[in-house]
Design a protein around this ligand. Structure first.
Ligand code: F3S
Length: 758
């Protein structure tokens, strides 16, 4: 069992402050508090609340208790952290090798092939974690969010994670939020973490589920109501007797898919199901601590009695009448009750032959999930049914897998010829080497994951993927028919008899307790100072970072325009994903995608800009490299909401690496603006938006008063056109004194490193 004692001390500290902090918050807010508010206000960077924040408006500094990272995003986060000059991370942190693992033939062979392919990355993560006090969960140990729920999540805590489904830990009463790597670096380096104070959506659950309905159906239903955007900027808090009737991992499933409605996170109040889960996963000591402060680990009773007064929006769902759902294809909010699927599929021309049923992902890979699905698989065997579709299972963790094997659950799947894949993300993140997918045939699959966008699982844009519960995946895969409704329909067995599947019977927790031989955890060294983190200088996937150069104190002059981006320029346009994911740990290589998706305002094409040094047309990274090599600084000009999209720090690091000194736009997406500041760049806005039109393809820029860079003071840009004429442009900025210090130091991390040195 992998309970970590250092966590217990941290949890004790969090709980010791709860009472006074909740009282201070109640006083400031002036009314009873929701659970989300309690967790937010008890994690303020500045300690006890001294003001009430405006939901959806105030930007607030928080002090999260933990950080979790997955292997794809951890690479750049940890490369950056190495520059912070710290001996250890400031808060308990873990990294999990789960995304880079293939699903092809079955666990053993796939794991080995993935290790062979990614060994360099895994070794890097292992050694850097070992050095800096970060727990490392090795390939095959499990999916980050299942492992966090089993080991680290605790009621009333706050965590951030470099993965959007970090929100899964809301199942154990946390406020757990997915962030970009730069945010994780800040928190690990001991800095505050900023978030816009969220709005609050209350979901009251009444009644109790029965038959084929599962926790998954709650969130499939909510997604149908709120759609993929309905939760944006909000925390969803579930309450009511129905909430108490759900298992802890079921709550995790619901919170997990909160990411699919855009919610900041979702959470549930501390209850009996959490006590049971904590005890079953070796954390009776956490239960003892939580019980002492239980009132603070759930919303105030007045809130739940009159939710409309305290939440910005309230939804009520009666679990007794909730029916199983299938959501999809291609979007997780297209919700269809199972009874209506046959007709809807025919009407929409969705292929009804189910070719694959996949069970797993961080959404639905708990012991309970496997047990409910296995009960259906077992029935199929017992009743002489032969499965029509293929079956794949990814257990959520080695602990779940080992216990499920011991208890015969995996045997039930094996008897249906299922393939047991590695305890990892596998097909959920497109690491599924599905035979024939490249033929791009129109087909249907059902899975228990959270996302079903085009190409997500197998790369085939014509795969219609439907999201549902694990037990429904099992039933539909056995039937091989999307329109099959196990509540009413029968199937023909090998003797030609009509048989009906009984509703699933699952076990919330294993009767004999969880067990595992090797959970795949690598504890960090007590003293990591002697550990060397080595990266092969010839590697194309990893590259140690060198600190960006500090500002030399002079005005930046003679800068050339790299690109004037027209219209939408998201972080995907600035640093594309897809095949570039491979280079997430190699700044120089990934910089070859710099702004290749942006539209050049002068020719309305992407990735074609004038290189003022040669007069030739170059691709954007090529031009940037040419300027850099010649020691000529560059400027990027952009339109409105520049840098919207993900919080990907690469979109700020790449231009910095290739010599861009300033990004001047009509307006910024806020996170990207902050990321530019952190990387020591100038992120500026036109004081007069129309000045965007003054910028010409062959302009030269002089920042004439940068030496006077100060908060709340405009900067002046001299734009020298090719004919010698000049324009003076006023630029606004939002840098505070601290952020100006980042600029001067070359980056926020340089400043932290300098402070660490003393
Ligand atoms: Fe992994 Fe899919 Fe979850 S990629 S973290 S299993 S959403």
């Amino acid at each position: 069992m992998a309970s970590k004692t250092f966590d217990l001390d941290m949890i004790k500290e969090v709980y010791a402050k709860l009472d006074s902090r909740v009282k201070a918050a109640r006083k400031q807010v002036g009314k009873p508090l929701t659970l989300a508010e309690k967790i937010l206000y008890t994690h303020l960077w500045d300690g006890e609340a001294t003001e009430a924040f405006t939901r959806g408006k105030s930007y607030v500094d928080f002090a999260p208790d933990r950080v979790a990272m997955q292997d794809a995003t951890a690479q750049m986060a940890l490369l950056q952290f190495m520059q912070a000059g710290k001996k250890k991370v400031a808060v308990p942190s873990t990294a999990h090798a789960d995304h880079l693992i293939l699903a092809k033939q079955g666990a053993a062979a796939d794991l080995q092939e993935s290790i062979n392919k990614n060994n360099e990355v895994f070794n890097f993560l292992s050694s850097v974690c070992n050095k800096y006090g970060i727990g490392f969960w090795k390939p095959g140990a499990g999916i980050i969010h299942q492992v966090v729920l089993e080991n680290y999540a605790f009621p009333g805590g706050m965590m951030i994670g470099t993965d959007s489904h970090t929100v899964n830990a809301g199942g154990l009463g946390m406020v757990a939020i997915g962030v970009g790597g730069a945010d994780a670096v800040d928190v690990m380096a001991g800095m505050a973490w900023e978030l816009k104070f969220p709005k609050l959506i209350g979901v009251k659950l009444t009644g109790e589920m029965n038959g084929w309905t599962s926790a998954k159906d709650v969130i499939l239903k909510v997604a149908g109501i709120l759609t993929v955007k309905g939760g944006t900027g909000a925390i969803v808090e579930y309450f009511g007797d129905g909430a108490k009737s759900l298992s802890c991992t079921g709550k995790g499933t619901i919170c997990n898919m909160g990411a699919e409605i855009g919610a900041t996170t979702s959470t549930f109040g501390y209850d009996e199901s959490m006590r049971r889960y904590l005890k079953a996963t070796g954390r009776a000591d956490v239960v003892e601590l939580a019980d002492e402060v239980a009132d603070h680990l759930t919303g105030d009773p007045e809130v739940y009695a009159n939710p409309e007064q305290y939440f910005d929006q309230v939804i009520e769902i009666d679990l007794s009448t909730l029916s199983p759902h299938l959501n999809g294809p291609f979007t997780p909010d297209l919700a269809t009750p199972i009874a209506e699927m046959k007709e809807k599929a025919e009407k929409n021309g969705w292929p009804t032959k189910v070719e694959w049923g996949l069970i797993g992902s961080c959404t639905n890979s708990s012991y309970e999930d496997l047990s409910r699905a296995a009960s259906i698989a077992q029935q199929a065997v017992d009743k002489g049914l032969i499965t029509k579709a293929e079956f794949g299972i990814n257990p959520g963790s080695e602990q779940v897998r080992f216990t499920a094997e011991r208890d015969g659950l995996l045997k039930s799947f094996n008897d249906l010829n299922a393939t047991i894949f590695t305890n990892a993300c596998g097909p959920c993140i497109g690491q599924w080497d599905r035979k024939g997918a490249d033929e791009e045939k129109v087909n249907t699959i059902v899975h228990s994951f959270n996302r079903n966008f085009k190409k997500r699982a197998d790369g085939n844009p014509n795969t219609n993927a439907f999201v549902t519960s694990p037990e429904m995946v099992a039933a539909l895969a056995i039937a091989g028919d999307l329109g099959f409704n196990p509540i009413t329909d029968t199937l023909t067995n090998k003797d030609g008899e009509q048989v009906k599947l009984d509703p699933p019977v699952g076990m919330e927790l294993p009767e004999k307790g969880f067990d595992v031989e090797d959970n795949g955890y690598q504890a960090p060294a007590e003293d990591g100072s002697g550990i060397e983190v080595t990266v092969n200088p010839d590697s194309d996937r990893l590259q140690l970072l060198s600190p960006f150069k500090a500002w030399d104190g002079n005005n930046i002059t003679g800068a050339k325009l790299l690109i004037k981006a027209y219209g939408k320029c998201t972080t995907d346009h600035i640093s594309m994903a897809g095949p570039w994911l491979r280079y997430r740990g190699h700044l120089d290589n990934i910089s070859n995608n710099l702004l290749i998706g942006a539209t050049n305002a002068f020719n309305m094409e992407s990735n074609k800009v004038v290189n003022q040094l040669s007069g030739e047309i170059n691709d954007v990274p090529g031009a940037a490299r040419a300027y850099k090599a010649a020691g000529v600084p560059t400027v990027v000009v952009g339109d409105h909401n520049y840098g919207e999209g993900s919080s990907r720090e690469h979109a700020a690091m790449e231009p910095r690496h290739l010599g861009v000194r300033a990004v001047i736009v009509k307006s910024f997406a806020r996170i990207h603006e902050t990321n530019l500041k952190k990387q020591g760049m100038l992120g500026l806005t036109f004081a007069n938006e129309a000045d965007y039109d003054l910028i010409k393809e062959d302009d030269t820029f002089n920042f004439i008063d940068l030496k006077d860079f100060a908060p709340d003071t405009q900067l002046t840009l001299e734009v020298v056109h090719n004919d010698g004429s000049k324009d003076l442009i006023k630029l606004n900025h939002t840098y505070n004194a601290q952020q100006i210090a980042w600029f001067k130091a070359g980056s926020a991390l340089n400043l932290i490193a300098a402070e660490a040195k003393g």
